[in-house]
Design a protein around this ligand. Sequence first.
Ligand code: LLP
Length: 405
Amino acid sequence: MLSKYFKPSLLEKIAESAGTPVYVYSAAVFLKQITAYKKAFSSLGPLFCYAMKANSSAALCGLAAREGWGADVVSGGELYRALKAGFRPEKIILSGVGKTPAELEYALKAGILFINAESFEEVQEIERVAARLKVRAPLSLRINPDVDPHTHKYITTGKLGSKFGVTFEEAQKIYLYAAESECLRPVGAQFHIGSQVHSAAPYALAARRLAAFMLKLASRGINLKYADVGGGWGVKEGAEMSDPAPLARAVAGVFAGTGLKVILEPGRSVSAPAGALLTRVIYRKRGGHKNFIVVDAAMNDLIRPALYGAKHPVALVGRGRGPEKIYDIVGPVCETGDFLAEGVRLREPAAGSLLAVYSAGAYGFSMSSQYNSRPRAAEALITGASSWRLIRRRETYKDLVAAEL
Ligand code: LLP
């Protein structure tokens, strides 16, 4: 269980000093996931590009950068954060279905490894921007391999009919076009089949399709260097990431010995287990047949339960009273969908008790908002057995209106 990395006495100390709600990350757990990936893939020697959308905190990204990882960014803002956090430009890739000309220009000026383009129109835009800057843009295409990853429909991305990528057929036409262009340099091909994927089989299938396609391209004189298999490897709620060894075997089974440089874009599997959201009980109440615990964190802090029906384990940091009961843990936001967890078995917590919501290090803070004019939570990093530091201060009421004119 993850709770061993999040010692109750330390969590109490952090909550007292930083206030709640606060996201608490464990540097040890984050690094452990990185090490597990490196070990599982050691025979392939891939480039890992951490998917910053999962958690773009400079403190965590800095740890990944120091481990030699690159970054997968999906906006100009993420590129800005990536460079600031210390990722080397030549290890950064830019993905996303709707990059603006300004974002493309920023990426080309920064000298990133390549851009994963998702449509012919985007490729033409990249070409125009590159011509203006007098550079040759390193280009990869995101290909939709039409593989079902068996995950939540909102995070299924590699089936035909999703907005992502281009078909193999279209990709071939685009590569032939790009190879003729003085402003484009086709260097890679990518897929990303989805997120929270727990089986290696769909990766193996997509990888085989990609490899066959790349071979076909080579026969037309287009030799790509990078095979990017995306991210998406799953995390069981409340646990560390699923062992990446099966994923490594599937990818190596296809690409080992091909001379291609494999790229992976893991996000959640690295950061989810490394984070917990701490929140305090404000009130207890009954509503009909239900017991509610009203806490000071809400859907604006962690939207995953409301949006995807995600089930984050919730535990009392201290002790409760009496026998266990079934509770819904809800926030103060004015929506019925505002819950952090439903049907949780807990002993009764006193008002003011601290609760920890686990597996919250990915798509927690990064998807948080100021909805209901709630300042965003603080973030803290556990750096040793009893050491920690604040890595982002809690927002203030002034922050809520700071950008308004
Ligand atoms: N690469 C690309 C192109 C992606 O679109 C994504 C995630 C990743 C890599 C990283 O996937 P990961 O390893 O983190 O699963 N907000 C949702 C997840 C959305 C994932 C979007 N794309 C959630 O909270 O479950």
